[in-house]
Ligand binder design. Sequence first.
Ligand code: LLP
Length: 422
Amino acid sequence: MNHFELRDGELHCEDVPLATIAEAVGTPVYVYSTATFERHYTVLREALEAEGVRDPLIAFAVKANSNLAVLTTLAKLGAGADTVSEGEIRRALAAGVPPERIVFSGVGKTRGEIAFALEAGVCEVNVESEPEMLAIAQVAQSLGKRATIAFRVNPDVAAGGHAKIATGKSENKFGVSFAEAERLYAQASNNAWLKPVGVACHIGSQITDLAPMAEAFDKMAGLVRRLKGEGLHVERLDLGGGLGVPYFNQPEPPSPADYAKVVAKATRGLYVTLAFEPGRVIAANAGVLLASVVHVHERPEGRRFLVLDAAMNDLLRPAMYDAYHDIRAVRPHEGEARPYDVVGPVCETGDTFTRDRALPDFEPGDLVAFMSAGAYGASMASEYNSRPLVPEVMVKGADFAVVRPRPTYDEMLARETPAPWL
Ligand code: LLP
């Protein structure tokens, strides 16, 4: 459930008409609902607790939405943060996430980033390979600090979904195999600079079928039992993120309650703390991208283009993954829906949000909302075509605040410095 709905013929975010935000901030702009973020986090936590999962660490995947207002909203509820760069760790800390609730993942952590994470005191550095484990031990030694680590295991499970976001097969770059995990865990346990506390997995994103998750979680539980059987200390199992969301017109994803049942079944009797790294399931339906119609262009041969002021640089998902986002009129006109190709102004054919989508009629200046854009929307935006970075607005009840302003053109140009010979 989310808090974007039509009231008196007009799309609102909570108690604020989206048109009010468009007027105040301009378009394109991302708009987030505090109540939806809070609800999604709480529903997931309560579902896990209802299945007897005690005190889970729900580490929000910062990459899904890294705005500080979003991270602070979740931190206030007790969320942790799953991070993949020094920048994300800094964001999580700035948002008030305690370091002992920050997980540091990623296949290519640099020594500088590892040092930063260890100094900050993050709760676990997820080791993705043997060379990385050795690098972490060296950095830890140079700092005189023991590194708390977990091994990210690649469970070799195909989770379906788009190939560009599947991570759990052995041909993907992520994590170590089960055999490597057992060998490295024992090795790390004998290293004075490493403190292995657990194992982690993450098999992909926008997963709409629980069977691969159940398979991966069972395999991970088996690994925990084997490690414990070898007398090794295991206190945490991190089951990653990946739960899909309803993008409309797509397979209905499993509910958090069903997901929690799968988790509980796989981990019963393990006596470890469970950690999760959800991103999309918390953020996607908590945000929309609001845009304006620039032109309605009808080709003589029949195609009808809705040209918007938002483009692939603002919302990359359709161009990159052929992702489907529901497109709604903020003030829908009466009348029959007709097929439109919805495009942005960037000079690439890939700057097409959708083709042949049945939509109500539009006029220039009308507002449209891309739904379910709160995850991997603003966080993947760029300034391609020298379009100023898309701003972000947070709504709470009848209030709204600009939480990332649109840079002015002067600010955009001022970030670059002249070469001395020019
Ligand atoms: N943990 C790890 C280690 C991850 O790599 C990811 C996402 C997550 C957690 C969060 O997964 P989620 O719960 O959000 O599915 N840009 C793509 C999605 C990329 C996902 C990358 N990893 C998209 O727009 O669909």
